[in-house]
Design a protein around this ligand. Structure first.
Ligand code: ATP
Ligand code: MG
Length: 340
């Protein structure tokens, strides 16, 4: 009897997600994280990166490093190069993304998208009213997720609002389809790390698409480039090394980077850096980054030179993703009454 109960409990635990609150270094809640013993085996993860430039250390610490560790855990995973978000390369291998995006776009009120902060931000900068693609991009992002009936999305804090939107749209679609076809989507985050900031302007995040490459450390940068970019990064007139993102964003960003590449906490980093001035500390940060990135860079170049292998990995991945995408879109199409 006891054993039977234990078995039921174990099965239940596998199904019921247990979350940990994730706090950033300022103890603000920035997400949730699975306790690995409770990961449901039928979890489906979706995440993506835009082909807008060379990935940088922000992408590495905020996404790629975590994606690699998620591969060791149960569940199906879809990692995507979200090329339809970018006009720089040919359209996606899987046109079902745009088909579902159109179907979802037909049920989203314009006013719901207008209030999203990223659109508001773009509108402030735009002289021509903004582009339709930028306006509807959260719909495409929702379609990317729902097309695979994904249940778990590794996201940064800036994207949590889009996950909420995805859940709203899934419910609207489910009502249209007259069945709970799309599951609830949960955000997951590593994430003790905050956003890595632009090296020249720590008031904004590090971005692939920022105009100058001096603002970011790209994963392919040489040791010398890494050192020169960190040496020239913007700090302030105080030479003491202290973690204070609000008042000293430049040096705090360097501490964040140092923590990400060393697994130390800001307190440990600051204790170790006692007596160093900012110039000397920059050398310590550069060494921590170089130690991790140098072997990754070598591996990158080895893989990059084997174009045949890379193309076969991409094709194999696209073929496997397409199977799921086509099957799910077929169901949606039928439920919408679009079949002949
Ligand atoms: P773009 O400027 O073209 O938007 P990006 O650098 O913001 O490029 P994305 O392709 O939009 O990169 O995002 C890929 C992943 O990297 C996402 O999970 C995003 O949350 C994460 N990410 C992007 N920038 C940072 C950053 N500065 N710090 C931490 N994580 C980041
Ligand atoms: Mg981005």
């Amino acid at each position: 009897m006891q054993l039977k109960r234990l078995g039921i409990m174990q099965r239940l635990l596998r199904k019921v997600p247990v979350y940990l609150k994730c706090l950033n270094k300022n103890k603000q809640k920035i997400g949730v994280r699975f306790i690995s013993s409770s990961i449901p085996e039928d979890r489906v993860i979706f995440s993506g990166i835009q082909p807008t430039g060379v990935p940088h250390i922000g992408n590495y610490l905020g996404a790629i490093k975590y994606w690699v560790s998620l591969q060791q855990e149960p569940g199906k995973i879809f990692y995507s190069i979200v090329d339809l978000h970018s006009i720089t390369i040919p359209r996606s291998d899987i046109p079902e993304h745009t088909l579902l995006s159109w179907a979802i776009g037909c049920v989203v009120p314009v006013n719901r998208l207008k209030i999203l902060p990223q659109w508001q931000e773009r509108m402030k900068q735009s002289k021509d009213g903004g582009h339709i693609g930028t306006f509807t991009y959260p719909v495409l992002q929702s379609a990317d997720i729902l097309l695979y009936k994904a249940t778990h999305i590794p996201v940064g804090e800036d994207q949590l609002i889009h996950i909420n939107l995805t859940n709203e749209l899934a419910q609207v679609m489910n009502r249209r389809l007259l069945k709970p076809f799309f599951p609830r989507v949960h955000s997951i985050s590593t994430s003790t790390s905050t956003r890595i900031r632009n090296l020249r302007d720590p008031s904004v995040k590090m971005s692939k698409s920022a105009y100058s490459e001096q603002t970011r450390i790209e994963l392919t940068d040489s040791d010398d480039h890494i050192w020169r970019k960190i040496r020239r990064s913007v700090t302030d007139c105080t030479s003491e090394i202290a973690y204070d993102p609000e008042n000293r964003p430049g040096v705090s960003n360097l501490i964040e980077i140092h923590c990400g590449f060393s697994n130390l906490t800001p307190d440990e980093v600051c204790a170790d850096a006692k007596g160093l001035d900012t110039g000397q500390y920059k050398r310590v940060v550069a060494d921590a980054v170089i130690t991790v990135l140098a072997p990754l860079r070598q591996r990158f170049h080895r893989l990059r030179n084997d174009e045949g292998h890379l193309k076969s990995v991409l094709k194999n991945g696209a073929d496997r993703a397409r199977e799921v995408a086509v099957a799910n879109w077929e169901c949606v199409r039928r439920l919408l009454g679009l079949c002949a």
